[in-house]
Design a protein around this ligand. Structure first.
Ligand SMILES: [Fe+2]
Length: 365
């Protein structure tokens, strides 16, 4: 199906470094493109996309002048594809257009983009922003954002996800769960985002253990892929909360993947949220989610808030041990520079520092 969707005759493929070749899917896709007489080039994104990687990819392929971008990979690759498609239509380097870093507004012009996720997590295939990372002490994670950057087509093919390693499945799935959960109780939530969040959470709760226990289960993979897609739709409409408010800053300061950071922050952040006074609407949403877990294959015996708290414990217990400890300086900096986004519960710098400490078992401020 993919070759028939291509616009023009020149395709720039944006992929990760190797996992696609292992599945044989990459050569199948190339054969399909060539059988239609399409020219193609490839650019590889080995990790989270940096401004330099994006600018170099555009410069190297400027003369090839692609008519179509196809991004196949995890969230980082899809974000890179989105940014590369846009930067082909801009004159200056991407840093000039990044939120709060650059001084220019990105324009809506962009090349047509097809997104093929190979993991189920960020929901980038449904969102209008590309997260660009500059690692290091003065590092940042900032978005290139425009309504026109939502991929023209998102192809969810669970076959592409069959060889996704367990830890990637775990971390990216929990990232999607966090996005759905933060969207569910966001102060910006509306009827539409509430519907997408609830449906995504149902798909997640009913299929996540299945996909971890039986990675070759195509049906479960497809359901989790849909949950991740809905998490992208939800966050595009309702925004995110404190987990992502911290994860964005922390991810810019250390070299850990986004999904891993979110996975570890869910429990301390939501433990704190459930200890605060919530309005009846937000309380009902979390009670509904607790009930959902109680009626699933998760060993949650009670519904409501107790069930929700138990589910947080069970999800945290899935995480492997982590051999990293943040310095006091890094935690203080991350807590200071982060925020709550659209969480209904606000936190102080000290509380966010404690959340980071608890998440990464370092120390108490
Ligand atoms: Fe996320």
């Amino acid at each position: 199906m993919l070759p028939q969707l291509v616009r023009g005759s020149k395709v720039l493929l944006v992929t990760g470094s190797k996992s696609l070749e292992a599945t044989g899917e990459f050569s199948r896709i190339i054969q399909g493109l060539e059988s239609r007489g399409l020219q193609w080039r490839r650019t590889i994104i080995p990790g989270e996309p940096t401004p330099r990687l994006i600018d170099e990819a555009v410069e190297i392929h400027r003369n090839f002048s692609p008519s179509q971008i196809i991004a196949m990979g995890g969230g980082s690759v899809l974000d890179a594809g989105k940014a590369i498609a846009a930067m082909f239509c801009h004159d200056l380097g991407i840093t000039n257009y990044l939120e709060t870093v650059g001084t220019l507004q990105p324009r809506g012009e962009t090349l047509p983009l097809i997104a093929l996720p190979t993991t189920s997590g960020t929901g980038s295939e449904a969102t209008k922003n590309a997260v660009i990372s500059q690692p290091g002490p003065e590092g940042f994670k900032k978005s290139l954002r425009h309504d026109a950057y939502v991929p023209d087509i998102a192809l969810l093919d669970p076959q592409l996800m069959l060889f996704c390693p367990r830890n990637t499945t775990l971390y990216s799935g929990l990232d999607a769960f966090t996005q759905l959960l933060e969207g569910l109780i966001s102060t910006k939530a509306n009827l539409f985002s509430n519907m997408t969040a609830r449906k995504g959470l149902e798909l997640f709760v009913n299929n996540f253990t299945g996909v971890l226990e039986t990675p070759e289960d195509l049906h479960a993979r497809g359901q989790i892929a849909l949950a991740a897609y809905l998490s992208g739709v939800t966050l595009a409409h309702a925004g995110l909360g404190t987990v992502h408010g911290i994860a964005g800053t922390l991810g810019g300061l250390c070299n850990l993947p986004h999904g891993l950071i979110c996975s570890r922050l869910i429990a301390p952040v939501f433990r704190y949220i459930t200890e605060q006074t919530l309005n009846s609407e937000h309380l009902e949403e979390l009670q509904w989610l607790g009930d959902l877990f109680a009626h699933s294959t998760f060993p949650v015996m009670e519904g409501g808030i107790l069930g929700f708290k138990k589910a947080l414990e069970l999800l945290s217990a899935l995480l492997p041990p982590l051999e990293v400890e943040f310095s006091e300086e890094l935690i203080i900096k991350a807590a200071n520079q982060s925020g709550d986004k659209n969480s209904p519960v606000s936190t102080t710098e000290k509380i966010r520092g404690k959340m980071i400490s608890q998440a990464f078992s370092a120390f108490q401020i």
